[in-house]
Write a protein that binds this ligand. Structure first.
Ligand code: HEM
Length: 398
């Protein structure tokens, strides 16, 4: 058993991606992982915890109930923005079992593979509609604005029952809430405004039940605040994640012409291609958990109260788990990637995200056989400043 000794200098979380390689994790992560899967890390608030980079270790921690996801005991933040408040009602990502189980059980029934497949037709319709609009506008267009953002937004709003007219205002607030450079109180205020809107929506749904997801949950024993919190989590996740996968995934394909050609030649490999893009791009690069008791892992002892930053991006590029991990290979089986997390908090919306990606990406490539970037790849503005990675804009033409 090795423990961190005085000779080990704690690292800080590497966040800078290598120059000119927007899809690759920070280079230091590979060096750390090669040395040890768990390395002492100094958090911005001064806390001495750990950084996990090995696939097996990150996965094991995510599955281990001796590690908590509770925000208020975590030291994980990219800047010392002050104490992290506990999860608001309904935010199941920030609570442990058994409180978490209650939400998860209620929602699992609404997010089944079958139900998500039933949505395929609606997703196809939204996709075709946005492709038509792009075609008639003519290139160049910003793919983020014209395609990647609106499709998942329409789908999640429709699924929940958020009126179209309210979508943009809600989206702006959530973008502020997710901006890592802003002070925590400003982020929380934006989040609270979003919550107030949703609370009103919940009250309206309870008064006149609808046949969408919110209407379904309105007859459960969740309080108004809990239900508004659930809706906020689903909307936040539904608006930000798949949208970034669509835009960043397209950027990756356009800059890997061999992979693009392979997908065009054999559209049947789309399921594999989507899994590989999820692995290779890992748009939620880092998570964290805090030990509730002393735990031995990766040849280390994580002490009770220590936070472990989990590098999901390093884990998804671990050569011990994936052959030639830094190569985008859409024909490979990327099964076992943890791009949707793992354990009890594994992404609730993963089947929805998969259906959206499997429908929208091939439709885009089929509609525009000569799709290409309208600016140099190095000029594409990257979301270095956000929790969820991606591109701010993706000018394309055809
Ligand atoms: C949880 C990624 C799409 C809803 C997670 C986690 C990851 C993730 C990594 C686990 C976080 C952790 O354990 O700390 C992604 C990616 C997506 C995506 C990469 C798109 C490509 C969605 C969508 C929805 C959604 C579309 C909603 C409709 C959720 C929820 C949780 C979650 C509610 C928390 C589950 C729980 O705590 O039990 N997601 N997600 N996600 N995701 Fe997603």
């Amino acid at each position: 058993m090795i423990e961190s000794g005085p000779t080990e200098i704690p690292v800080t979380l590497p966040t800078a991606r290598p120059e000119g390689r927007p899809f690759d994790p920070p280079a230091e992560l590979a060096a750390l992982r090669a040395r040890t899967p768990l390395t002492p890390m100094r958090f911005p608030d001064g806390h001495l915890g750990w950084l996990a980079t090995g696939h097996a270790e990150v996965r094991a921690i995510l599955a281990d109930s001796r590690f908590s996801t509770r925000y208020e005991i975590s030291h994980y933040a990219l800047a010392d923005t002050g104490p992290i408040p506990p999860a608001l009602p309904g935010d199941m990502l920030g609570i442990d079992a058994p409180a978490h189980t209650r939400y998860r059980k209620l929602l699992a029934g609404s997010f089944t593979v079958r139900r998500m497949r039933q949505l395929t037709e609606r997703i196809e319709q939204h996709t075709a509609h946005h492709l038509d609009a792009m075609e008639s506008a003519g290139g160049p267009v910003d793919l983020v604005e014209a395609f990647a953002n609106p499709i998942p937004a329409l789908v999640i709003c429709e699924l929940l029952g958020v009126p179209d007219a309210d979508r943009d205002a809600f989206r702006t607030r959530m973008a502020v809430a997710n901006e890592m450079d802003l002070p925590m109180d400003e982020r929380m205020a934006a989040f609270a405004e979003g919550q107030n809107y949703l609370r009103e929506l919940v009250r309206a749904t309870r008064a006149a039940p609808t046949d969408d997801l919110l209407g379904e949950l309105a007859i459960s024993d969740l309080t108004d605040d809990e239900l508004a919190g659930v809706a906020a989590l689903l909307l936040g996740a539904g608006l930000e994640t798949t949208a970034n996968m669509l835009a960043l995934g397209t950027f990756a394909l356009l800059t890997h012409p061999d992979q693009l050609a392979a997908l065009r030649a054999d559209p049947d490999i789309i399921d594999r291609a989507v899994e590989e893009l999820l692995r290779y791009l890992t748009i939620t690069p880092t998570g964290s958990r805090t030990a509730l008791e002393d735990v031995q892992i990766g040849g280390r002892v994580v002490r009770a109260g220590q936070t472990v930053a989990l590098s999901i991006q390093a884990a998804n590029r671990d050569p011990a788990r994936f052959e030639d991990p830094d190569t985008l290979d859409i024909r490979r089986s990327a099964v076992g990637h943890i791009g949707f997390g793992h354990g009890i908090h594994q992404c609730l919306g993963q089947q929805l995200a998969r259906v959206e990606l499997r429908v929208a990406l091939p439709a885009l490539l089929t509609r525009f056989p000569s799709l290409r970037l309208a600016i140099a790849p190095q000029d594409v503005p990257l979301r270095h400043d956000m929790d969820i990675y991606g591109v701010h804009r993706l000018p394309v033409t055809w």
